[in-house]
Design a protein around this ligand. Structure first.
Ligand SMILES: N[C@@H](CCC(=O)N[C@@H](CS)C(=O)NCC(=O)O)C(=O)O
Length: 293
């Protein structure tokens, strides 16, 4: 039973982040094959989807179910996965928490046009805290109110909005990383929630993969002073030309090692350049690698 997920450039395509998390965060990563389309700009998406016979899809993400349904919308992917996998806790089980989570997820999907239009997601660069124009300030207030409301009515005490991580958190992840790029501002619930997403190993893996070899989209960059990424600093590591490595099998595939990296004065091996480089970018986000460390 394999889904096929088509996503955009990981560093810039906001809804693709949410769709990836819907599989990755709920234990379905083995049930999905992912194709990264590489549009040069947003209007290139339609051409690439057409080339993959994905009519009537027009936007990314698009998922194809094992029986061939084309899910050309993030909320359709969310609800279809939740219906097809009733044993997986996609939504909170408690009715009050579930209703709250659904309401917030749908408002995220249908609203926040100012933030989405003016502050594009960009996981490659972050900027000194920006002063929001009034229409964005109002949306930031709305997010703080929604996130505080969810935590209050559901009694959430951990990092996530309605108790355990659920679809509402996957759907807000792109907004959280967007806010991280432009500054946290002073809203306390927002700050804590954004930091929770930045520390999430699944999101860290997504960014580590995006930084390997995906194209730059300079038209989505802001002409502003840059700051270091606001998430946890990756452990220092570099690609090196040769072994020998401590491990003779790749931690991900189990195949013989051919590519090498150095970390803490130790050499580790991988079976291809992508697996090596995603590890160099954020080693501690990869449990299979950390197991051999
Ligand atoms: N309703 C869609 C919107 C997705 C969307 O806007 N995707 C953007 C990239 S983040 C896109 O594909 N833009 C290309 C276009 O609109 O032609 C969803 O939630 O999946």
């Amino acid at each position: 039973m394999t889904y096929h997920l088509y996503i955009g450039n990981r560093l810039y395509f906001s809804w693709s982040i949410a769709a990836y998390l819907m599989f990755e965060r709920f234990g379905l990563s083995r049930d999905v094959e992912t194709t990264v389309l590489r549009p040069e700009n947003e209007s290139d998406v339609r051409r690439l989807l057409g080339a993959h016979d994905l009519d009537p899809a027009r936007t990314l993400p698009t998922a194809v179910t094992p029986d061939g349904a084309i899910l050309n919308d993030s909320m359709a992917i969310a609800e279809e996965l939740a219906t097809r996998h009733p044993d997986v806790a996609f939504w909170p089980a408690d009715p009050l928490a579930r209703g709250t989570a659904r309401a917030l997820a749908n408002e995220m999907h249908s609203s926040f046009g100012g933030l989405r239009g003016d502050w594009p997601v960009n996981l490659r660069e972050s900027y000194v805290t920006q002063t929001p124009p009034p229409h964005i300030e109002a949306e930031l207030d709305r997010l703080e109110a929604l996130w505080t409301h969810a935590r209050t009515v559901t009694g959430a005490t951990g990092p996530w909005l309605c108790g355990d991580y659920s679809l509402v958190d996957a759907i807000f992840a792109p907004m959280a990383v967007r806010l991280a790029g432009y500054g946290f501002h002073t809203r306390p619930t927002t700050k804590a929630y954004v930091e929770a997403h930045l520390a999430d190993p699944a999101l860290r893996r997504w960014r580590a993969m995006g930084l390997v070899n995906e194209p730059d989209m300079p038209h989505l960059h802001l002409d502003a002073e840059q700051t270091p990424w606001r998430g946890p600093a990756p452990r220092a590591a570099v690609a090196v030309d040769a072994g020998p490595a401590e491990n003779d099998r790749c931690p991900y595939s189990g195949d013989p090692v051919t590519h090498f990296m150095e970390m803490d004065g130790r050499i580790f091996g991988f079976c291809n350049a992508f697996c090596r480089d995603k590890t160099v970018n954020d080693a501690e986000a990869w449990p299979a690698f950390m197991a051999i460390v």
